[in-house]
Design a protein around this ligand. Structure first.
Ligand SMILES: C[S@@+](CC[C@H](N)C(=O)[O-])C[C@H]1O[C@@H](n2cnc3c(N)ncnc32)[C@H](O)[C@@H]1O
Length: 268
């Protein structure tokens, strides 16, 4: 499995590195400016409330697949003691370090494939945090949550805030949806196991650019939950929400679909 994982993650590393410069141009917020404001946070009310429910003061938080660190820096800005972010992309980790410096946030950013995070980080964190768009790049969730589990201190919390697997059935635009008649043409089967090949990762501006191939993996809710359990993490809460965190605004306005969810676990 490790060889398969590496084949895909090496390709995805290149794809995410290419995307970094594009995102800088097309994302709606100038993050270098945004984080000059003390206490600045980009977290939405639902995830803020959950993080605060852990009692952030004095807590060390690790984020897996942290991208440019904006969510982890926000979590430290709202009260966590310190953060460590891990991501495979050299370019996004470079940006994360710049943003942490601007924000004066106590965050360390480590460029690493999740499967390779050194054992020296084991049992170091009170919270392991995984956010929107992280799980889709992971070929094997048993391995991923196994790493999450080894990074947690005993009794520490896992917090996942992700787009709901049902969103794989939905088009990004509402062109194929007809209220009443429900002419919904699913993008993929809920149970799709084929690897989703893509090219280009500009989900901010939807611009095309000369991009290498990337590889995504679809996971069902049951698959996610079972991998968390197998990693020795007790599930405390699972909440599904009608609000959108991944580009399905048209579906949010209908209020009919589970578009996002939060999962809170505790390491035994
Ligand atoms: C869509 S982002 C999700 C993170 C964050 N929530 C965000 O919205 O920016 C996906 C991130 O996963 C990282 N990634 C993909 N495969 C990885 C792996 N095997 N190990 C570490 N990071 C990985 C990518 O580099 C990218 O920054």
């Amino acid at each position: 499995m490790r060889d398969d994982w590496k084949r895909y993650s090496d390709a995805n590393r290149a794809a995410w590195n290419e995307a970094a410069a594009v995102h800088k141009k097309t994302r709606p917020v100038d993050l270098h400016r945004f984080f000059t404001t003390p206490g600045a946070t980009l977290l939405d009310p639902a995830e803020t409330a959950i993080l605060e429910s852990f009692g952030l003061a004095g807590k060390r938080i690790a984020q897996l697949s942290c991208n440019n660190g904006r969510e982890l820096i926000s979590a430290v800005n709202i009260g966590a003691l310190a953060g460590a972010g891990f991501d495979i992309s050299d370019e996004f980790i470079r940006e994360a370090r710049e943003l942490a410096e601007i924000a004066h946030a106590g965050c360390e950013f480590v460029r690493a494939d999740i499967i390779d995070i050194p054992e020296t980080y084991n049992s170091s964190y009170d919270i392991v945090y995984i956010t929107v768009g992280a799980l889709a790049w992971i070929p094997d969730l048993d391995i991923y949550f196994g790493v999450a589990s080894r990074l947690l201190k005993p009794g520490g919390n896992l917090f996942i805030y992700e787009h709901h697997p049902v969103t794989y059935l939905l088009p990004f635009k509402d062109k194929d949806y007809q209220p009443g008649g429900l002419v919904l043409k699913p993008e993929y089967s809920y149970f799709n196991k084929t690897i989703i090949e893509g090219q280009g990762l500009d989900y901010f501006g939807n611009t095309g650019y000369d991009a290498s191939k990337n590889y995504e993996f679809q996971h069902t809710m049951g698959g996610i939950i079972n991998s968390v359990i197998r990693a020795g993490i007790e599930i405390r809460e699972l909440n599904e929400y009608p609000h959108d965190i991944a580009g399905f605004g048209w579906a949010e306005s209908l209020g009919m679909f589970p578009l996002s969810y939060s999962l809170i676990g505790r390491k035994k």
